[in-house]
Design a binder for this molecule. Structure first.
Ligand SMILES: NC(=O)c1ccc[n+]([C@@H]2O[C@H](COP(=O)([O-])OP(=O)(O)OC[C@H]3O[C@@H](n4cnc5c(N)ncnc54)[C@H](OP(=O)(O)O)[C@@H]3O)[C@@H](O)[C@H]2O)c1
Length: 299
């Protein structure tokens, strides 16, 4: 099997899960030496391959001979030729085309809850158009839409925990009412590995992977503060102010806030009731309390 983006936050965990299940995996990225497959039991063999999803000829060479291809490539900030349209739509379609032409049996596209081809946000629209392009190209492609993912090296709970410790008053996105259903990244990786191995009893083509509980953003931050035994006071900050801040910080090295994050925080990000998810794949989602504990105790 081949995992594009196989060194990423999610991708490398998908690679680990597959290796644990004795699957041979090609982990593809532009910097394959970054691969840290901590939990690999070594039952499957890993091949780390350097390729750029933007280079159609290099991807064709990589997917040949694979039974399953997973696209877990991300782009959170546009720069140069790396636009959301180029990476999430065109390159995803190129990868699906190359996979189809190479006789790959299954194609799994990692997208995100809330993807919408008609959204006003460039990022959210590209995710939705990417799903459509992949489905139109590779018949039977499976779309996996995670909610915001959490885990020891995430950019979400870790950031909230740091800010709760640092700031006397915590700035909310708007009034903090946006509803979120964060999911443990290892749960999503396991779900993708089950889909890759055909371990699902439904023939659905879209899965939304979300955590066990829906929180408002304010509740989530409050719950993390409670778990860290820290006092918390909130201040609502209007979205246009966040957008201005994100526009300014996207130009800096070590971006801490992007415009697409702000766009995503404007809308509820919870799993649809009528789409299958972790439960239908025979899984029980880990709680955020567990994830905060893991982050705090480095387990
Ligand atoms: N993180 C979340 O909370 C979240 C939530 C919902 C959905 N998602 C979706 O989940 C997927 C994975 O996200 P992630 O957070 O795991 O991303 P990530 O940590 O940024 O990893 C991205 C991976 O893609 C590779 N990559 C980037 N550009 C590439 C290119 N041009 N050619 C080949 N490989 C390339 C990266 O390696 P190199 O840079 O070395 O190439 C890396 O392996 C994305 O589709 C994302 O939108 C993420």
């Amino acid at each position: 099997m081949t995992v594009f983006g196989g060194t990423g936050f999610l991708g490398r965990r998908i690679v680990c899960r597959l290796l644990e299940k004795a699957v041979d995996v090609r982990a593809v990225s532009r910097h394959p030496h970054k691969n840290k497959c901590d939990n690999a039991s070594g039952k499957g063999r890993i091949q780390q391959i350097e390729a750029d999803i933007l280079n159609a000829s290099s991807i064709a060479a990589v997917v040949g001979g694979s039974r399953v291809v997973v696209n877990a490539v991300s782009l959170y900030v546009e720069h140069g030729e790396q636009t959301f349209e180029r990476v999430h739509v065109q390159a995803a379609a190129d990868l699906a085309t190359a996979s189809r032409d190479a006789g790959v049996e299954s194609f799994i596209q990692i997208s995100g809850i809330g993807s919408d081809a008609k959204s006003r946000s460039n990022y959210i629209r590209a995710r939705g158009r990417g799903e459509e392009a992949v489905k139109a190209t590779f018949q039977g492609a499976v779309i996996v839409r995670p909610a915001v993912m959490t885990g020891p090296d995430d950019a979400f709970i870790t950031t909230i925990s740091r800010l709760v410790r640092l700031l006397p008053i915590y700035p909310l996105f708007g009034n903090g009412g946006t509803r979120l259903q964060p999911v443990y990244v290892e749960d999503v990786a396991e779900a993708v590995s089950r889909l890759a191995l055909g371990q699902n009893s439904t023939d659905a083509s879209i899965f939304e992977c979300a955590g066990p509980r829906i929180y408002s953003y304010r509740e989530l931050v409050g719950q993390i503060a409670t778990q860290l035994k820290l006092p918390i006071r909130f201040v609502p900050v209007p979205f246009p102010l966040w957008s201005m801040l994100a526009t300014a910080t996207e130009c800096l090295p070590g971006v801490f806030l992007t415009r697409n994050q702000v766009d995503l925080m404007r809308c509820d990000n919870v799993a649809a009731n009528d789409l299958p998810g972790l439960q239908e794949l025979g899984m029980q989602a880990r709680s955020i309390e567990d994830v905060v504990y893991m982050i705090e105790h480095d387990v």
